[in-house]
Write a protein that binds this ligand. Structure first.
Ligand code: KIV
Ligand code: ZN
Length: 520
């Protein structure tokens, strides 16, 4: 008989650890709302002890998205009281809160990372679970680096934390070292012992993709008894990423007789979720990525196209409709009107906008439609994201006197003296500057940097086109360094020079928040 597999999404925690993928609170909330529509069983909303911003975002998600019996909200804690306090105080606002504790079990973690004995680490883990159980009935314990741990010590830890009250045991392949057959055997052995100890405790897996085997390892674990899988949308996450939710779910869905399992995921929401996460986090999806890549359902060879026309199943194992991919993308123009724009936004999952939010977004749509004539779905994501960024900026408007704002720019590109002149505003103060450089972007950034009086190094500059059409929106993503710290920022505009300047100014404003604002 088919078993239910619990889907735990960690896009907002492990996924958000990707450099430059940080979201503001409004964006996190929107992603969490979409994950709820997708039907995940547990959302890991962040790591509240890491910053006040993260704490507040988890709290907001727990209160507004976690107001349901059908889904749990959790957040990550190290095995220390202050982390567990932070998790409890942020997730307690949900109907179904869960505390997630992580502590390593491999010799490398125990001896090298913590410099302690195995017994000491085991005691710390048990105490952490007992402490968390004072707060909540549901506690997940992750044995970090489980796949490289001594089996008997791993089991001893699991046995002890289950006796202390852990209700979910998560077995991470933290560094993506496992191999499917071997990982499947590990899960089989652990599950056998765990279910004999307490058959109410769920066994979970969390796989990383360093050797490209995160999905395969996760599926091998399911075949061998795992009850729950931890995934991220588009497989984003630390280093090479995590197991991709859409791959694991669609494998179970497409091959039920192999996995004898099902999930509660509404597969029709997969594409919207993938595009929302990709757009908000500024992380492009590889074109040939399984399920969510742009080419995943495109057939180019004549033989395949001919076969498809005769019978779709000749070359198609999943219908694009099953993952929410519509054949028809309505192209919007300045004449489309409110109804059509609202409809398109709803199709993309933005169906909880207030009237005020919609009117503001519609005004931005009209501005973009005037500039680029044809507005595609990718453009709508950008408009909504810019709207949330604007909301975020208004929420910190009391700092606005300290922020830089672009007023105008002129960039001259030629072979001998590329140069740039820039007008900016800081509070009420107008600033003007110009510079020459080895190229137009170098000149532009030199002018802005001089005016900001900050010593910033540019590490990365990446420009891409967001959507289609003659006037496609340019997206610029940069990484800069200031006083040894790295900052990532992005901006979009139909004018790529303006997008480049705005991305740099956004990075400067992040630096201002972190280093230059008066305390208090
Ligand atoms: O990769 C890992 O081990 C983790 C744990 C916190 C589950 O992300
Ligand atoms: Zn991880």
């Amino acid at each position: 008989m088919a078993r239910k597999i619990w889907v735990f999404d960690t896009t907002l925690r492990d996924g958000e650890q990707v450099p430059g993928a940080k979201l503001n609170q409004y964006e996190k909330l929107e992603v969490a709302q979409q994950l709820k529509k997708l039907g995940v069983d547990i959302i890991e909303a962040g790591f509240p002890a890491s910053s006040t911003g993260d704490f507040n975002a988890v709290k907001e998600i727990a209160a507004t998205v976690g107001n349901t019996d059908d889904m749990m909200i959790t957040a990550l804690a190290r095995a220390v009281k202050s982390d567990i306090d932070a998790v409890y105080n942020s997730v307690k606002h949900a109907e179904n809160p869960l505390i997630h504790i992580v502590l390593g079990t491999s010799d490398i973690h125990v001896e090298k990372k913590f410099g302690k004995s195995k017994n000491q680490i085991l005691d710390i883990g048990v105490e952490a679970v007992k402490y968390a159980k004072n707060y909540l009935p549901d506690v997940q314990y992750s044995t970090e680096d489980a796949s490289r741990s001594d089996f008997e010590y791993l089991w001893k830890t699991i046995e002890a934390v289950v006796k202390a009250g852990a209700t979910i045991i998560n077995v991470p392949d933290t560094v993506g070292y496992a191999e499917p057959e071997e990982f499947g055997e590990l899960i089989f052995k652990l599950n056998d012992r765990l279910k004999n100890l307490n058959d109410q405790v769920l066994l979970s897996v969390h796989c990383h993709n360093d050797l490209g085997m995160a999905t395969a390892n996760t599926l091998a674990a399911i075949k061998n008894g795992a009850d729950k899988v931890e995934c991220t949308i588009n497989g984003i996450g630390e280093r090479a990423g995590n197991a991709a939710l859409e791959e694991v779910v669609m494998a179970i869905h497409t091959r039920p007789s192999v996995y004898q399992a099902y999930t509660n995921i509404n597969t029709k929401e997969i594409m919207n979720t993938s595009r929302l996460v990709s757009s908000f986090m500024g992380l492009d999806v590889q074109v040939n990525k399984a399920i969510t890549g742009d080419n995943a359902f495109a057939h180019s060879s004549g033989i395949h196209q001919d076969g498809l026309l005769k019978s779709r199943d000749a070359y198609e194992i999943i219908s694009p409709h099953e993952v929410g991919l519509d054949d028809m993308e309505l192209v919007l123009t300045a004449r489309s009107g409110r109804h059509a724009v609202k409809n398109a936004l709803e199709k993309l999952g933005f169906d909880n906008l207030t009237d005020v939010q919609f009117e503001e977004i519609f005004a931005d749509f009209l501005k973009l439609a005037d500039k680029k004539k044809e507005v595609y779905h990718h453009d709508l994501y950008i408009i909504v994201e810019n709207h949330f960024t604007e909301n975020h900026n208004q929420a910190i408007a009391h700092f606005s006197d300290h922020f830089f704002e672009l007023i105008d720019l002129q960039v001259i590109s030629n072979t001998s003296f590329p140069s740039a002149s820039v007008k900016m505003k800081r509070g009420e103060q107008m600033l003007e500057g110009s510079a020459v450089g080895s190229g137009p972007i170098d000149a532009l950034y030199s002018a802005i940097m001089e005016m900001s009086q900050l010593d910033i190094q540019l590490h990365e500059y990446h420009i891409s086109s967001v959507s289609r059409g003659k006037e496609a929106v340019g997206k610029v993503k940069i990484q800069v360094e200031f006083r040894g710290e790295k900052y990532t920022a992005k901006a979009t505009d139909t004018d790529i020079m303006k997008a480049s300047a705005s991305a740099f100014i956004n990075a400067i404003n992040h630096i201002v928040v972190d280093h230059l604002l008066p305390v208090g």
